[in-house]
Ligand binder design. Structure first.
Ligand SMILES: NC(=O)c1ccc[n+]([C@@H]2O[C@H](COP(=O)([O-])OP(=O)(O)OC[C@H]3O[C@@H](n4cnc5c(N)ncnc54)[C@H](O)[C@@H]3O)[C@@H](O)[C@H]2O)c1
Length: 312
C-alpha cells in the first residue's frame, strides 16, 4: 500500500505518518512547512518507504507511482495560523483540494479529507451531529477556515457524484497531543506552556465556553479506521467529554503544579460558545470511540512539553 499525506509534517499529519510507517505502508508527505516542522518527520528521512516533497499542494500537478489513497490534511489549523495566513488557507482548501482530487481521480485512489468541527461554526444545536448544516458568518475573520473547509467538503462530494471518486470526510473536533507548537495559539499548548513558566493563563470571555478535547492517539486510531472503510458521508471524530475553558485551566495548573494566575481577555469575534461532537455515527460505522480521558492525555503532553523545555 502507498499513501500520500498532505500536511504530513504538521501535528496530526506527522502522527499519521508514524502510524502508517509502523504498519508497513509506503508514505509520501507533501508539505510546504508553512505551519509544520521538518523535525516532526525527520526520523523517517532515511527510510526507503518514506518520501518527503517540500511543496505547496496548490502547485503539485502529479505524483510519481501508484497511490492507494491521498489523505488531505494540509491546512493551517490554529486560529492564530489561519488568521495570519488567510489567503493561503482559502487556497489550500480550494485550489489544493481540487488538485489532490484530480490526482486521486487520475490514480484511481481514495481521497480522504480532514475537515473540521468548525464547519458547524457557532452552533445553535448541541451536541453537533453530521446532519446539522452549521452557523457560520461568512464575513467573520474565522470564515477563511470555516468556509474554506465547507468548500473543500463540497468539492469532494462533487467529485464523488460526478466521477464516482472514492471519498471519505472526517470532521475533526479539537485534538491535542505531543508536537503541538507551544505558541500556536490553541488552548491546550498555550495553557501548558504558560503554566510551566508560572505565567498567567489567558482566558477569553469568562471561561464558561465549552470545548471537547481528543487525545492524538485516539484520533489517529479513528482516522485509520475511517480511511479503511468505504463511506462517503462525513463522520465526526472527537471526544464528547465536554469541559469549560476554566476547568481545563484549573486541571492544567494542578497537573503542572503551577502558580499561574488567570488573565481574562475579550472573547474573539464568532468564537463558538459550545463545542461537543455527537459521535454516534463514528461508533456505528467505524466501531470507534476515544478511550483516553483529558487528564490521562494531559499528563503525557505535559511530560513532553517539559522535556522540550529542557532541550530549548
Ligand atoms: N488539530 C485539531 O484540533 C484539528 C481540528 C480540526 C481539523 N483539523 C485539521 O487537521 C489538519 C491538520 O491539522 P494540525 O492541527 O495538524 O495543523 P498543523 O498546522 O500542525 O498541520 C498542517 C500542516 O499542513 C501544512 N500545509 C499547510 N498549507 C499547505 C500547503 N498549501 N501545501 C503543503 N502543506 C501545507 C503545514 O505546513 C502543516 O505541516 C488540518 O487540515 C486541520 O484543519 C485539526
Amino acid at each position: 500500500m502507498r499513501i500520500v499525506i498532505t500536511g504530513g509534517a504538521g501535528f496530526i499529519g506527522s502522527h499519521l505518518v508514524d502510524h502508517y510507517i509502523v504498519q508497513g505502508v509506503d508514505v509520501v508527505v507533501i508539505d510546504n512547512l508553512i505551519t509544520g516542522r521538518e523535525e516532526n518527520i525527520s526520523k523517517h528521512q532515511d527510510n526507503r518507504r518514506f518520501t518527503f516533497m517540500n511543496e505547496d499542494v496548490c502547485n503539485v500537478e502529479t505524483i510519481d507511482g501508484t497511490i492507494d489513497a491521498i489523505l488531505h490534511f494540509a491546512c493551517p489549523a490554529s486560529p492564530f495560523d489561519y488568521l495570519k495566513y488567510p489567503i493561503e488557507t482559502l487556497q489550500v482548501m480550494s485550489v489544493g483540494t481540487h488538485r489532490m482530487l484530480d490526482i486521486a481521480r487520475s490514480k484511481n485512489a481514495k481521497f480522504f479529507l480532514a475537515s473540521t468541527s468548525e464547519v458547524y461554526g457557532d452552533p445553535d444545536v448541541h451536541p453537533q451531529q453530521e446532519e446539522y448544516f452549521g452557523n457560520v458568518n461568512v464575513l467573520s475573520p474565522r470564515a477563511v477556515y470555516d468556509e474554506g473547509k465547507r468548500f473543500a467538503e463540497t468539492v469532494t462530494v462533487a467529485y464523488h457524484r460526478k466521477y464516482d471518486t472514492n471519498i471519505g470526510i472526517i470532521r475533526i473536533f479539537n485534538t491535542y497531543g505531543e508536537r503541538m507548537r507551544p505558541a500556536d495559539g490553541r488552548v491546550i499548548p498555550t495553557f501548558i506552556s504558560e503554566a510551566l513558566a508560572n505565567r498567567p493563563l489567558p482566558i477569553f470571555g469568562d471561561g464558561s465556553q465549552t470545548r471537547s478535547f481528543c487525545y492524538i492517539e485516539d484520533m489517529v486510531q479513528g482516522i485509520a479506521k475511517a480511511v479503511e472503510i468505504d463511506y462517503p458521508l462525513p463522520v465526526n471524530l472527537g471526544n464528547p467529554a465536554e469541559h469549560t475553558v476554566l476547568q481545563v485551566a484549573d486541571l492544567i495548573r494542578r497537573l503542572c503544579k503551577s502558580t499561574s494566575d488567570l488573565h481574562y481577555m475579550p472573547l474573539p469575534d464568532s468564537d463558538p460558545k459550545k463545542r461537543k461532537p455527537d459521535i454516534t455515527r463514528a461508533q456505528n460505522v467505524l466501531k470507534w470511540q476515544p478511550s483516553i480521558s483529558l487528564e490521562q492525555g494531559l499528563v503525557k503532553v505535559i511530560t513532553w512539553f517539559k522535556e522540550r523545555r529542557k532541550d530549548d
